[in-house]
Design a binder for this molecule. Structure first.
Ligand code: GLP
Length: 246
């Protein structure tokens, strides 16, 4: 894993955006999978700037949400598809027909999952996935558990993750307790992986993740250690507890 520590959160976002832009320039038909949450917001701002000022062309880019809360529709203000629409899609020349997310309002989630898996396969998997990380080490919504699921599945969310994500809702009681998420094989099949982390709140998990010399379902991000092309970008605050073993 390549580990990059940046002076600021802004710089973390810029460096992640540069890797995405490099991928798009090399491969205008790139298939991306982009994460939600607070961490990637600066990265998307920078991608918008690159589109506006340097003509970074999203015209043939495909983009997959990697997860979605069960029960939230594509136009739900707290949903992850809507997040991507507001933070990136509506500001660049991506064709909305090329933006995908699991159908989380289908009463038959198994059917949504199957369709989503087929779609990922049809597009040949992801060229680049941009991951954040939860304070418990989750990636997308692959939570610490006895085992990690390989493909897209329904995930029960832990109390601590629901608490963490309550900041995006008016009230904690509105946070769904289940989500559809890609599995670790979908992530590991991505040709390139970029993981970003910022802020002091991520410093404990980043120290555990970076220094871990084993793969453990208790810390799902450790599976990334087996991938040949991972770049971890974190700001100084998130790197604050690293002990120099990376
Ligand atoms: C969420 C998402 C993840 C995200 C993580 C961190 O629950 N499912 O994809 O990486 O939490 O979010 P944040 O960047 O807000 O800390």
């Amino acid at each position: 894993m390549k580990v990059v520590i940046t002076e600021s959160e802004k710089n973390m976002g810029i460096q992640a955006a540069n890797l995405i832009a490099e991928e798009i320039r090399k491969n205008p038909d790139a298939v991306l999978s982009l994460s939600t949450g607070a961490t990637p917001v600066g990265c998307y701002k920078e991608l918008i700037r690159l589109y506006e000022e340097q003509g970074l062309d999203f015209g043939n880019v495909k983009s997959f949400n990697m997860d979605e809360y069960a029960g939230l529709s594509k136009d739900h203000a707290q949903g992850f598809y809507y997040f991507m629409y507001k933070q990136l899609y509506e500001h660049v020349n991506i064709d909305l027909k090329n933006t995908f997310s699991p159908d989380a309002v289908n009463e038959n989630l198994a059917e949504s999952i199957q369709k989503f898996e087929m779609l990922i396969e049809q597009e040949g998997g992801f060229d680049l996935i941009l991951l954040g990380i939860g304070r418990d080490g989750h990636i997308a919504f692959n939570m610490p558990d006895r085992e990690l699921k390989l493909s897209t599945h329904v995930q029960e969310l832990s109390e601590s993750t629901m608490n963490d994500n309550a900041r995006f809702f008016d009230d904690k009681s509105q946070v769904p307790n289940k989500a559809i998420t890609v599995g670790v094989k979908n992530i590991m099949d991505s040709r390139k992986i970029v993981l970003i982390a910022s802020g002091e709140a991520k410093s404990d998990i980043m120290a555990r993740f970076i220094s871990s010399d084993s793969i453990s379902p208790d810390l799902p991000a450790t599976v990334l250690k087996l991938h040949p092309d991972v770049t971890v970008i974190m700001d100084k605050a998130a790197a604050g507890k690293l002990n120099g073993t990376y």
